[in-house]
Design a protein around this ligand. Structure first.
Ligand SMILES: [Zn+2]
Length: 326
C-alpha cells in the first residue's frame, strides 16, 4: 500500500529517526508478549510494551483497571499468574474504565457478565452512544468522586474536568503510592499527534498539575513500557510549556499581511500559508531542544500537530484571535 503522506512505495523509502533514548525504554515482554510487575504490594501493572493495564488482587477478588485489546487475553494470564502467587482468587469482580476509548477498554467484555463495571457518568453516556459490544457500559457511575472499597483495599476515583477525553478520570491508590492517569503523559516519549489525540487543549494542559497534586511515586500512564515518575510529568510539562511560549511568540512576530496579499481573494490559501508559517516557527526550536531528550521528538508531525493545536487554542480559547477592525 502506498503511504498517502509521503508517497513512499515501500518501507525502504521511509525516513530514519534519532535513536530512542535509553531512558524511554521499559521492561521486556515474555514469550506470550506481556510483562506483569508489582507496583506496590497487591497492585500490579501489565504491559505489551505499548499499552498498560493494572489490577489489584484482594481476598474478595480482582479489581481490573482498563482492558486494552492489544494486551487482551494476556490480562487474564497476568491475573492468573499473580493471583496464584498470592494465593488469592483470580476471579475478576470489578472493572474500572479510565475513559471510554476502545484502545483502553476494548477487552472489557472478556471478563464476563457478572463483573461490576465502574466509570464516570460521561463514560456511560459515550459508551451508550458508541454501542460497542466489546465495551459494556458501566453499571456504577459517578459525577465527581467515587471511593471503591473491595477486600479491604481503597481506590479513589475522581473527575476533574475534560482533558484527553471528556470523561478521563484520575485513579488514585492512596495505600499503594500510585496514580493511574491515562493518555496525557507518555513517560520518556512525546505525545503523538494533537496532544495525544486529545479533545480539550486547555484541559489537557491543566491536567499534569492536577496529577501532581496527588501523593504518589508511581504513575500508570497507559502507554509504553515503563511506569512514569514525577520527573517524567515535569519534563512533559516543560515540553508543553515550551510549545505554548514558542507559539505565543510566533503568533506575535509573524506578520500575516504578506500571506493574505499573496493569495488575494483566496482567503483560505492565505490563512494556510500564515498558520503554517507560525506553526513551523513555533515547532522548530522545540523539535531541536527535545530530540534525544524525549523519544520521537524528531517525528516532526507529532510536535507540529501539537503545536498547531496549542497555537489555535491560544487564539480561540484565550484570545485575541486577531486585531479588532478599527
Ligand atoms: Zn484515549
Amino acid at each position: 500500500m502506498t503511504s498517502p503522506a509521503s508517497g513512499a512505495s515501500s518501507t525502504a523509502d521511509l525516513p530514519d529517526y534519532a535513536p530512542v533514548p535509553q531512558s524511554a525504554f521499559g521492561v521486556a515482554v515474555n514469550e506470550q508478549g506481556y510483562y506483569v510487575g508489582r507496583v506496590e504490594r497487591n497492585l500490579y501493572w501489565v504491559t505489551d510494551g505499548v499499552y498498560q493495564s493494572a489490577f489489584l488482587t484482594t481476598p474478595d477478588g480482582v479489581v481490573l483497571f482498563d482492558a486494552p485489546p492489544s494486551i487482551g487475553g494476556n490480562i487474564r494470564r497476568a491475573v492468573d499468574e499473580m493471583a496464584a502467587a498470592e494465593g488469592v482468587s483470580n476471579k475478576v469482580t470489578h472493572l474500572v474504565y479510565s475513559h471510554h476509548h476502545a484502545d483502553h477498554g476494548g477487552a472489557a467484555s472478556l471478563f464476563g457478565g457478572d463483573v461490576v463495571r465502574i466509570g464516570h457518568e460521561e463514560t456511560r453516556r459515550l459508551l451508550l452512544r458508541d454501542n460497542d459490544p466489546a465495551r459494556p457500559v458501566p453499571d456504577v457511575t459517578f459525577a465527581d468522586t467515587y471511593t471503591l472499597e473491595v477486600g479491604g483495599e481503597r481506590v479513589e476515583l475522581a473527575w476533574h474536568g475534560p482533558n484527553h477525553s471528556p470523561d478521563n478520570i484520575y485513579i488514585h491508590f492512596p495505600d499503594h503510592d500510585t496514580l493511574m492517569f491515562i493518555d496525557v503523559v507518555n513517560a520518556g516519549w512525546v505525545p503523538i499527534y494533537n496532544l495525544n489525540l486529545s479533545d480539550d487543549v486547555i484541559g489537557y494542559m491543566a491536567a499534569p498539575p492536577i496529577a501532581l497534586n496527588y501523593s504518589w511515586s508511581h504513575m500508570i500512564s497507559g502507554h509504553l513500557g515503563r511506569l512514569a515518575t514525577r520527573d517524567d510529568v515535569a519534563l512533559h510539562q516543560q515540553y508543553i510549556a515550551d510549545i505554548e511560549a514558542s507559539s505565543r511568540e510566533a503568533l506575535q512576530t509573524v506578520d500575516p499581511t504578506p500571506y493574505y496579499m499573496r493569495y488575494a481573494d483566496n482567503f483560505w490559501a492565505g490563512l494556510k500559508a500564515h498558520l503554517d508559517t507560525v506553526t513551523d516557527r513555533a515547532a522548530e526550536p522545540i523539535i531541536a531542544k527535545y530530540t534525544g531528550v524525549l523519544a520521537a521528538a524528531d517525528i516532526e508531525v507529532f510536535t507540529r500537530t501539537t503545536t498547531f493545536a496549542i497555537m489555535q487554542s491560544l487564539r480561540l480559547d484565550y484570545g485575541p484571535s486577531g486585531p479588532v477592525h478599527p
